[in-house]
Design a protein around this ligand. Structure first.
Ligand SMILES: Cc1cc2nc3c(=O)[nH]c(=O)nc-3n(C[C@H](O)[C@H](O)[C@H](O)COP(=O)(O)O)c2cc1C
Length: 220
C-alpha cells in the first residue's frame, strides 16, 4: 500500500472515531436517563420575576435565553440542575404579582395574613415520575410564598425525598422542613435547608454553596 493511501486510511479512521465519540456524547447528554423523568430528580422553584413577567412564561425552559437576569432562586435552581442532571420547572401563579413595590407588598402581605392559596398557572404534570425533589423559593415575610402552599396542596409527594433551598435578603429562617413535612407527612423532608442570601448571589458563590450543600447531603 502506498504511504499516501495509508495516511488517508488512518485519517479516515480518526475522523470516524471522533464522530462516533461526539454522537455517543450527545446521546448520553440528551438521553432520558440523564435529563427528565428517568433521572429521578426534579428541581421545582418559584422566583418573583417569572411571576411578574409574562414574556418569561412563554419560554417554559429556563435554559433558554432570558430577556432579564434570572431571579436569585432561579440561579440556585439552575446550579442544582447543572450539578445533579435533574429536570427543572418553575411555579407560576395565574394572576401575576404587580411590578409596583407598594402594590406587591400589599398583595403578598394580604396573602400571608389571609392564608390565601393563589391559583397556579403551571400544571402539576410530572411530579409523580420523580423520586427526589428539590423545592426552592424566596423568603417572603419570613415565610414561604403562598404559591408554595398552593403547589404542595396540588401535588402528592408521598414517598419522595425532598430537599429545600431558600433565598433571602438577610433573614436566615428556619423550620421550613418541618412546615413542609407537616403538609406532606409521607415524604422524607431533609432538615438540611440551603439558604442563599442576597450578598452571596453571584454565580460562582452560588455554585460553591450548592456544591458544598450537595456534598453534605451525600448527593455529590
Ligand atoms: C414580598 C417580598 C417579601 C420579602 N420578605 C423577605 C423577608 O422577610 N426576609 C428577607 O430576608 N428577605 C425578604 N425578601 C427578599 C427576597 O427573599 C430575596 O430578595 C430573594 O433572594 C428573592 O429571590 P428571587 O429573586 O428568586 O425572587 C422579600 C421579597 C419580597 C418580594
Amino acid at each position: 500500500m502506498k504511504p499516501l493511501t495509508r495516511i488517508a486510511i488512518v485519517l479516515l479512521f480518526i475522523v470516524l472515531i471522533g464522530a462516533t465519540a461526539l454522537l455517543v456524547n450527545l446521546e448520553l447528554r440528551f438521553s432520558p436517563a440523564s435529563v427528565g423523568p428517568d433521572s429521578g430528580t426534579m428541581v421545582v422553584y418559584l422566583t418573583l420575576r417569572d411571576n411578574q413577567n409574562i414574556d418569561a412564561i412563554a419560554s417554559a425552559s429556563c435554559t433558554e435565553e432570558r430577556p432579564k437576569p434570572n431571579g436569585i432562586t432561579e440561579q440556585v435552581a439552575i446550579a442544582i440542575q447543572e450539578k445533579t442532571g435533574a429536570a427543572i420547572r418553575n411555579i407560576v401563579v395565574s394572576e401575576f404579582y404587580p411590578e409596583d413595590l407598594d402594590a406587591l407588598v400589599e398583595r403578598t402581605q394580604k396573602e400571608k395574613a389571609e392564608k390565601t392559596m393563589p391559583e397556579l398557572r403551571t400544571p402539576d404534570r410530572r411530579e409523580s415520575s420523580y423520586k427526589t425533589l428539590f423545592i426552592g423559593f424566596p423568603i417572603w415575610w419570613d415565610e414561604m410564598p403562598r404559591a408554595i402552599y398552593s403547589y404542595l396542596d396540588k401535588v402528592d409527594l408521598s414517598g419522595k425525598k425532598i430537599y429545600i433551598f431558600t433565598c433571602s435578603d438577610n433573614s436566615v429562617p428556619e423550620g421550613f422542613d418541618r412546615k413542609i413535612a407537616d403538609i406532606e407527612p409521607d415524604a422524607a423532608v431533609h432538615p438540611n435547608v440551603l439558604n442563599v442570601r442576597k450578598e452571596q448571589a453571584q454565580k460562582e458563590t452560588i455554585g460553591k454553596l450548592v456544591e458544598a450543600w450537595l456534598r453534605e447531603l451525600g448527593l455529590n
